[in-house]
Design a protein around this ligand. Structure first.
Ligand SMILES: [Zn+2]
Length: 302
């Protein structure tokens, strides 16, 4: 157990009606955000685990005190964009504005500069790879938006399954120890079939034991699992009759059992923030990189 890697636990903080499939069909959204976040914070406190909350900038603007509370509880605040528009709908220039606005909103709420990003709908794919350059320019140190299997809505085939350093111009392949950013791909089980086990919808759909087995299998290969959830998924009060049945299935199926699933995961595995797993990657601009450079230079002079 002690040699198993520490996994990444993350929550995308947005309104429940931001979920893509219900966004256009909910006419009278009720505000469940504070209560949903409080449910998550209390579960995390029970297990003394720190997680990353990727916050939508507009949410940080409207609920600065809630975001500050998450921060004060020792969790990391990252960016989940400003308006929750998938990158597929943005240009490089408008994404730059999104990142600037979202970064500013988080800094206002917490006093701290975010260093990590999660794209709405995991929308970093070859079509939107300019996003990583924008993140780099804006001072971000890691991204956790790449879903390493193609699905109907998102995903990229063939990218590494484990955290990797990357050069902003080539975000889907391993860079060198000097590459400035880290990617934390979302968890998939089975190196060939790449079955998504990353949380959210998948954690609500899959039997709990398969989820546990998938994470265990990744960890056995030395790979930390990066999991995502949404605070609203821990608040059954968000379910609505408005959207059609299919949409409701994807968005709300399994919502009653997700707290128990998260507790099982927290009892079974160790978790931490995305930033601490990103920082643990050798190289980059950290002290480790400087040490590596010294060693290389020393070898050269021998
Ligand atoms: Zn989202």
């Amino acid at each position: 157990m002690s040699s198993a890697p520490t996994n990444v636990l993350s929550f995308d903080v947005e309104h429940w009606y931001s979920a893509t499939l219900v966004r256009d069909s909910v006419s009278d959204p009720t505000d469940h955000l504070t209560k949903s976040v409080e449910s998550v914070l209390s579960i995390l406190a029970d297990y003394d685990v720190q997680a990353t909350f990727f916050v939508v900038g507009q949410v940080a603007e409207r609920y600065p005190e809630l975001i500050a509370r998450i921060d004060r509880a020792g969790h990391e605040i990252g960016s989940h964009g400003h308006s929750h528009q998938p990158l597929f709908d943005l240009s490089k220039a408008s994404f730059r504005e999104e990142i600037a606005a979202s970064t500013a909103a988080i800094r206002t709420a917490t006093g701290t500069q975010p260093i990590g990003f999660r794209a709405p709908n995991f929308s970093v794919t070859p079509k939107t790879k300019w996003a990583i350059e924008v993140l780099h320019e804006a001072g971000y140190r890691y991204d956790s938006s790449v879903f390493p299997v193609r699905t109907p809505m998102y995903g990229v085939n063939g990218v590494p399954l484990e955290p990797y350093r990357l050069d902003p111009a080539r975000p889907f392949e391993r860079g060198t120890v000097n590459s400035p950013l880290v990617e934390l791909p979302l968890a998939v089980a089975h190196p060939k079939l790449r079955i998504p086990i990353a949380g959210g919808f998948y954690a609500r759909l899959l039997p709990r034991r398969l989820l546990v087995a998938g994470i265990r299998q990744l960890n056995a290969r030395g790979i930390p699992a990066t999991l995502y959830f949404h605070p609203w998924e821990f608040n059954p009060a968000v379910t609505t009759d408005e959207p059609g049945l299919h949409k409701r299935f994807v968005s709300f199926h399994g919502i009653d059992g997700l707290s128990a699933t998260l507790r099982t995961l927290l009892e079974t595995f160790s978790f931490t923030t995305a930033a601490s797993v990103a920082r643990a990657q050798p190289g980059g601009r950290s002290d480790t990189a400087a040490d590596d450079q010294t060693i290389t230079n020393a070898r050269r002079t021998e």
